[in-house]
Ligand binder design. Structure first.
Ligand SMILES: *Cc1c(COP(=O)(O)O)cnc(C)c1O
Length: 387
């Protein structure tokens, strides 16, 4: 059969991680001892008590049917309690919380619920590629807000023209940020809320990394700002906080009309998160803070070690404030793609070219500290030998 993929699919940039994975596999086939610092996927195991909760749930035949709806009431209550405990934000579990099959799923689907063809969606560049993909699938247009060193890697809201703003309906923000690891503080979120109110925008903040922070400096929630819940939602994930990337469970919270739009899209396309996985999610959300503290401790040691090593190489980067990414300027003026090819060939290290996160990422590359300290040391030794 001869067919062409849809025009929408053809508009997509190549999905970065698949491309990197292909290159990595080719090198492994050649027998290279590859260190992968490319993908944001924790190497650590899901804590045992979470696995136990899944097991217990799976043994109960009441859980074997379609889960349906916006998530188990108990799951949504656990989310609301966690938000209260962690951020001091009050949520109504009835209509201000929806369970997601990983936050990526919800991020991809939200635009279908709120955007029309011709609408503009504002999003960061570099940025998580799903904001753009979801916007394209909704038939809407992406407008990229450059994250540059000059602006401290925060979007410059004042630089967006009135023309664009007239057609804009949704703005994505992402803090703690992937790929830059920069944080938005309450003052910045306050600006975002005022900007959205003035321009009649929906705000969607992607907050997948709020629990992976350093030096004891806790990131805030967008919803802590007065007025935020009137115009916005926040996406959250258990993936990075509890080493649960493979489980596919996350949630969106905030404005109930926006949550309903997302839940309505999902109601037509999927049938919810497997109940035992939601029970595992409840166990994670109700866990004592020491669980995420122990995970943070591991990343803190890795971050400190890696930052010190990269400094010695004389490379230019900001020390990550949260998340597990180093966003680094290509040291020798090469293109991002050529530089990453060189690092793979000469050092056997897979890193991610910055332009994969959008045009503004050109000239940068990203390294992830999702390997143990011994492997990070080995990576630093190899990088020091690059010609
Ligand atoms: C990992 C990640 C997500 C999605 O994680 P899920 O596993 O789908 O919950 C969302 N946003 C950013 C910025 C991420 O890096």
């Amino acid at each position: 059969m001869d067919f062409q993929q849809s025009d929408r699919m053809k508009k997509l940039p190549p999905y970065l991680f698949i491309e990197m994975d292909r290159k990595k596999k080719a090198a492994i086939e050649k027998g290279v001892d590859i260190i992968s610092l490319a993908i944001g996927d924790p190497d650590l195991a899901t804590p045992d008590f979470i696995v136990e909760a899944l097991y217990k749930g799976a043994k109960d035949k009441a859980n074997h049917q379609y889960p349906l709806g916006p998530g188990l009431p108990k799951f949504r209550e656990a989310v609301a309690k966690w938000y209260q405990h962690r951020f001091g934000v009050t949520l109504d579990p009835k209509d201000e919380v929806v369970a997601l099959i990983g936050s990526k799923e919800g991020i991809g689907h939200l635009p279908i619920g709120v955007l029309n063809p011709g609408d503009v969606c504002l999003m960061p560049s570099p940025g998580y590629p799903v904001y753009h993909a979801g916007t394209l699938f909704a038939g809407a247009e992406s407008y990229f807000m450059p994250l540059t060193e000059k602006n401290g890697f925060l979007p410059d809201l004042d630089a967006i023209s009135a023309d664009v703003l007239k057609r804009a309906k949704l703005i994505w923000t992402n803090s703690p940020n992937n790929p830059t690891s920069v944080l938005m503080d309450k003052a910045f979120y306050t600006k975002v809320v005022a900007f959205a109110q003035k321009n009649n925008l929906i705000v969607a903040n992607d907050a997948a990394y709020t629990e992976l922070y350093y030096d004891g400096k806790k990131p805030v929630s967008f919803l802590e700002v007065p007025g935020a819940k009137e115009i916005g939602v926040e996406f959250h994930s258990l993936s990075k906080t509890f080493n649960m990337t493979g489980w596919r469970v996350g949630f969106a919270v905030g404005n109930k009309s926006i949550i309903k739009a997302l839940a309505d899209v999902k109601g037509n396309l999927d049938s919810g998160v497997f109940n035992p996985i939601q029970y595992a999610g409840i166990a994670a959300l109700e866990a004592p803070d020491s669980v995420s503290e122990n995970i943070r401790k591991i990343y803190q040691e890795r971050r400190d070690l890696f930052a010190a090593g990269l400094k010695k190489l004389g490379w230019q980067f900001q020390i990550p404030q949260a998340a597990f990414y180093f966003w680094i300027k290509v040291p020798n003026g090469m293109s991002s793609a050529d530089w990453c090819g060189k690092v793979l060939e000469e050092a056997g290290i897979v890193v991610t070219p910055g332009n994969g996160f959008g045009a503004e990422g050109e000239g940068y590359f990203r390294m992830t500290i999702t390997v143990d300290k011994a492997r990070l040391e080995e990576a630093l030794q190899r990088l020091a030998k690059l010609k």
